[in-house]
Design a protein. Structure first.
Length: 458
């Protein structure tokens, strides 16, 4: 008999969580103005709002905290992080930042100016935000397959090379500072980018003399998919694959709160000394001196250890297969989810779940509210609220995909929790025809409105 799948760790410390009553949840979500970000975490039983900074550190990471060097300049923790980045990711120069969007802010302060065009596979919202804030434009060159949630394709995160080349041809060279590839591609469902695609993007970038930036938050999960799905990499280690992936790129921005399994932190990896010097000025201004950049020494230590653990096959198998397990359970109940399962999350296709609701009633947010009321499970909307308004016309943008993301924190929940989540969703699915109305916006911020939005039932 083949031995069943089992987690590659055991549990040393636990944190109690509490189930609440449906009546309580109805009241709490009303008070939260139907914004899941406004809920107190103690009102949530299983929290799938994000996999960012919500992971469980290992015993080795916790012990690294005790060894942190809190010197302002030249701390040993900085060198620990520097060595890990060089060894595991292959970047000569780096700047620590307090999280991923801070890395974007520092890097884009050097590279992006008003009127620029930044093509990529599908920009994450903070990336798009930092581009649009500079009055530049983010252009998604997503492959068409990514928009069909039922289509099985091994690398739905790939950049469409024809769309990319069209952009490169259309605009004057000085308007395009770089191409950005997000691995895995969060906005298209945690879907991976193939090594082949990375190679081809790199070749195209060379042809047009462009830099390639990778938004690397979930690079290790991407490497796991390459090992599993791209034949030539079957026998390579994750660490070998990671080094090769980054070899096709010039710069990386990192939110370490994902695949480096820490609660806070980020960095920029670079090969060019001149860029490093320019970015250092902004790092000092926005983040802190170049050897800490907004991070404590202890956190840099835990990050260095996390990079090593996060690029081990056994850990990644436990992680990605747990997400796939939840996806499989949902499909067994007939729930429409994006296929194949992403690396960090299951994305419920809200348009197929609630086809009776018009898009103007924020379908995925409505589904998120219903799931919370049903089981105390908190997901997040990846749809029209997140897509926000066009920066020029201020009209609502309605993206092709209207998704409820259930992001799984790393090493936090067991498969019993996955069963509970799937059952909660199945209960909502069973009563889906009773959900006749969605939500309307009461108050919204000028940019990144989803975090603070206030809504009401229609
Ligand atoms: N890039 C990607 C692909 C991300 O998913 C995120 C964050 C960032 C950049 C920004 O990093 O949060 O450290 O500033 N994603 C989180 C999420 C918030 O829930 O998907 P950050």
């Amino acid at each position: 008999m083949n031995l069943p799948f089992a987690e590659s760790y055991k549990i040393k410390m636990v944190e109690p969580i509490r189930k609440s009553q449906r009546k309580e949840r109805e009241q709490w979500i009303k008070e939260a103005k139907y914004n899941l970000f406004n809920l107190k975490s103690e009102y949530v039983f299983i929290d799938l709002l994000t996999d960012s900074g919500t992971g469980a550190m290992s015993d080795k990471q916790w012990s690294e905290l005790m060894l942190g060097d809190e010197s302002y300049a030249g701390a040993s923790s900085y060198y620990k992080m520097k060595n890990a980045i060089k060894k595991i990711l292959g970047f000569e120069y780096f700047l620590p930042t307090h999280q991923g969007r801070a890395a974007e802010n520092v890097l884009f302060s050097v590279l992006v100016k008003e009127g620029d065009i930044v093509p990529g596979n599908s920009h994450f919202d903070t990336t798009k935000g930092h581009i649009e804030f500079r009055k530049a434009k983010a252009v998604d060159c997503t492959i068409d397959e990514a928009f069909d949630t039922t289509l099985i394709h091994p690398f739905k995160g790939n950049i469409d090379l024809n769309k990319l080349e069209d952009v490169l041809k259309k605009y004057p060279a000085e308007k395009i500072p770089f191409i950005i590839v997000t691995i895995t591609c969060n906005s298209s469902g945690g879907q991976p980018v193939s090594m082949q695609n990375l190679k081809e993007v790199s070749a195209l970038a060379k042809k047009y003399n462009k830099l390639v930036v990778v938004d690397s938050a979930r690079f290790a999960e991407n490497a796991y998919f390459i090992k599993k799905r791209e034949k030539a990499y079957k026998n390579k280690t994750i660490k070998e694959i990671v080094l090769e992936m980054f070899s096709y790129t010039d710069i990386m921005t990192m939110s370490s709160k994902k695949d480096a399994i820490v609660n806070m932190g980020g960095f920029i990896g670079m090969r060019d000394h001149d860029l490093f010097n320019k970015a250092s000025v902004f790092n000092i201004m926005f983040e802190g001196f170049i050897t800490y950049g907004g991070m404590s020494g202890r956190d840099m230590n835990a990050l260095a250890q996390g990079l090593d653990e996060g690029t081990e096959f056994d850990y990644l198998e436990t992680r990605v297969e747990q997400v796939a397990y939840l996806g499989k359970k949902c499909l067994e109940y007939g729930i429409p989810v994006l296929e194949p399962a992403g690396g960090h999350a299951i994305f419920v296709d809200a348009k197929r779940f609630l086809p009776q609701l018009p898009k103007e009633q924020f379908v995925a947010q409505t589904l998120g509210v219903e799931l919370y009321i049903e089981g105390g499970v908190r997901g997040v909307e990846i749809g029209a609220l997140l897509a926000d308004r066009d920066p020029i016309t201020r009209e609502n943008r309605f993206p092709e995909l209207e998704l409820l993301r259930l992001a799984i924190p790393r090493r936090v929940y067991t498969n019993n929790h996955m069963d509970y989540i799937a059952a909660s969703l199945a209960n909502v699915y069973e009563r889906r025809n009773d959900i006749k109305k969605g939500l309307k916006i009461l108050v919204e911020a000028p940019i990144m409105r989803h975090f603070t939005i206030e809504m009401d039932r229609i």
